[in-house]
Design a protein around this ligand. Sequence first.
Ligand code: B12
Ligand code: SF4
Length: 428
Amino acid sequence: MLLIITPPFWPKMPPMGIGYLQAFLAKNNIDCDILDLNNIFYNLSSPELKKSWLVSCNTPLEENIFDLLQKNHPEEFKKLLGQILQYGTVGLSFFKSNINSTLKLARLLRSRNKNIKIIFGGPEIARQFFKTSGRFTKGIKSLADFIVAGEGEKSLLSYIKKPPLKNKTALFSELGNLDKLPFPVYKGLDMNSYPRKNSLSILFSRGCIRKCDFCSERLLYKKFRLRPVESVIEEIKHHKSRNKIEYFIFHDSLINGNLKKLEELCDKIIENFGSIKWEAQIAIRNDMSQVLLEKIKKSGCYNLFIGLESGCDRTLKKMNKGFTIKDALSFFKKLNGAGIFFGVSIIIGYPSETESDFMESLNFIIKNKSTIPKIEQINPFVYYDGINAKKVGNKDSLKRLNIFIKTIKSHGFKYTNAFIGNLIEKTS
Ligand code: B12
Ligand code: SF4
């Protein structure tokens, strides 16, 4: 079996989703290779193309990249296609960014070998499930032998062991726990071929403990589950020694879904390595003790990403965020006290957001500049299929977004340029 990810996808580090699937199949004695077409073609591309690869929601690139790469690198393309066609079963990993190129590849494979088994999975398949109320589009249904929405491990294994005669879809079928989930070792991938050579994606948990109304991420997994701390430590050891990894980027929806386990993780990191460099997303929770925050710092956390989303209590309540601005402020102060750096994300133009809610949110940010070290993301509200929030954001979203950006700039806030308003084209 071969698992493939097509461009454009975030190119800096190895793709963790198919890495997990490969490791899980290997544990079940099924040989599976990975072909990271995103990485291969990114490395072959010109500096200008590489630059536009990094722009998220780059629709023109997403629509044209398959044909462009075929044109720019005909020999490599032909060679890789021949390689893929050697396999009897091919699994394709769908993200919103690569849906066009992945469908084009599937069509090409099908036209060259009508007997090849094609399996679709990945977050965009989950979105397509919600978008079409579970029916999927004709294009997806006609090309795939099997469609997996949600977590892939269990469904993929059961398909390979015994392909179902009738049912073509597996929907959100999850492992009961992650106790025996093997970690990705990326067998066959050249770890040195990724731009951030010393950094790696890692996961401590899957799912989320909260249910924010605008969130699409919580639709991917039904249950919140954690990996055993020992397994995470083994993974860090493995990649530190084998691949000289120094930075571990936790891609969990939130790192503090279970405080006891988080403390155990920090303890074990300190015990085994002194410290490692790590970053993660964290939810605002005031039940975190000072001791835990100090351990987070001591174990080497250099950055946390926090979904604040608004500085107005009415909007936070409508979003079902589960905290107030008072909670947020007290949490930020605790992080500052422990010397932990963090950045926050903000949503502008939430469906219920009035002009005064917006101003309240902006004023909260400005007023607390000395407490909030960085604005990490500012995005207009965007509807995502399957979420609870209303479909249409406030009509003044973009106007407010510009005011917000201008104001934080004028107040000298630290912010990440790449993520400022990066969803604009979707809402305009
Ligand atoms: C870390 C992260 C990032 C990081 C790193 C990017 C990366 N791709 O690794 C950064 C910050 C750069 C980022 C950026 C963006 N991201 Co992001 N990100 C994530 C996050 C939090 C974790 C990804 C991850 O590693 N998951 C863990 C692995 C194990 O899961 P997985 O890849 O989904 O794979 C599992 C299943 O999907 C399935 N599966 C996957 N492939 C296949 C294939 C087959 C054949 C089968 C059977 C199963 C299968 O099985 C796997 C194991 O169970 C997810 C949300 C989440 N919790 O997953 C969003 C997510 C992937 N991001 C998302 C988005 C929208 C973006 C941005 C467009 C945001 C923006 N506005 O800029 C950009 C795009 C960047 C780019 N150019 O690609 C969306 C994608 C939605 C979609 N439909 O594709 C997600 C799902 C969040 C959401 N909104 O729901 N992101
Ligand atoms: S805490 Fe974050 S991941 Fe969890 S539901 Fe809310 S927005 Fe989504």
